[in-house]
Design a binder for this molecule. Structure first.
Ligand SMILES: NC(=O)c1ccc[n+]([C@@H]2O[C@H](COP(=O)([O-])OP(=O)(O)OC[C@H]3O[C@@H](n4cnc5c(N)ncnc54)[C@H](OP(=O)(O)O)[C@@H]3O)[C@@H](O)[C@H]2O)c1
Length: 259
């Protein structure tokens, strides 16, 4: 066996279909690119059409099979419509990545029900509804991978964690519940846990050089995260190699959480 075929056996996503929410920006965009380059047909889901189209153009230029669905995942009807449209493109997905997320950060005293509701809808309910829609089919077909992007704030308070930290803590619990339900049928469910990653989500913090340097110093690697840092872990969790890894929270944070 050549090293190439050995690596393919472990990691190739040829013939798989992936749906990546938030695939038009930041971590989701990097993961969509990684899964596509590893062989999967990828459907990305977000609201902004220009960013979606630009991402798909970039993937297509790189030889990937990719498409986009514009949808607002902050409403249940929006999620349901997105799921049906996404499944129509390349068929029912084998891989679901929930990267769409919002972090509104009002201080706890000012945290209103509107922010609470929207945060839970996008960060927690959409992943739950998409899991309900796609998980049973994956289980029936005997293979599936569900990957949620959570946050160090699932584990600790950090810069007005408010509703955001709560939603991410619950998302890790959701992954464990999904893993319990579907792992016996070949469907693993895990989370990737970022530390501080320089993406549009963090535009305000990222524009303060002192804060950026202070955060980098808290990692072990000595720098903040980049979206591309998630590529390898995502391909691993999406492929055959990770078949015995389920219900786990895997930190991709340069050692931030253990420093
Ligand atoms: N960056 C970090 O330091 C960091 C740290 C910990 C965890 N995370 C988590 O990692 C994930 C990705 O974050 P990121 O930094 O890559 O953020 P980002 O660059 O802001 O990307 C967020 C993505 O989610 C989509 N989205 C937001 N609201 C949506 C809605 N209502 N309906 C559909 N799509 C929606 C956005 O597209 P549209 O706005 O066009 O809809 C975009 O594609 C999030 O779950 C975030 O909580 C990030």
């Amino acid at each position: 066996m050549t090293s190439h075929s050995y690596l393919s056996e472990l990691f190739s996503l040829d013939g798989r279909v992936a749906v990546v929410t938030g695939g038009s920006s930041g971590i989701g965009r990097a993961i969509a690119g990684a899964l596509g380059r590893a062989g999967a047909s990828v459907v990305i889901v977000a609201r902004g059409e220009a960013e979606l189209a630009a991402t798909v153009d970039e993937l297509a230029a790189d030889g990937c099979r990719a498409a986009w669905v514009s949808a607002d995942l902050s409403t249940r009807d929006g999620v349901r419509a997105a799921a049906e449209q996404a499944a129509e493109v390349f068929g029912e997905p084998d891989i679901l990545v929930n990267s769409a997320g919002i972090n509104l950060r009002p201080p706890m005293d000012e945290l209103g029900e509107d922010v609470w509701d929207t945060t839970m809808a996008v960060n927690l309910e959409a992943p739950y509804l998409l899991g309900r829609r796609f998980g049973p089919g994956m289980a029936e077909r005997g293979f599936g991978r569900i990957i949620h992007i959570t946050s160090q704030q699932a584990h600790r308070a950090f810069v007005q964690s408010g509703a955001y930290g709560v939603s991410k803590g619950a998302l890790e619990s959701l992954a464990r519940s999904q893993a319990e339900a579907w792992s016996p049928y070949g469907v693993t469910c895990n989370t990737l846990v970022p530390g501080f990653v320089m993406t549009p989500l963090n535009a305000r913090l990222s524009s303060d050089p002192e804060k950026v340097a202070a955060l980098a110093a808290r990692t072990m690697v000595g720098r903040n995260g980049l979206a591309e840092d998630f590529a390898g872990a995502a391909v691993f969790l999406a492929g055959r190699a990770s078949g015995y890894v389920t219900g786990q929270a895997i930190f991709v944070d340069g050692g931030f959480s253990v420093h």
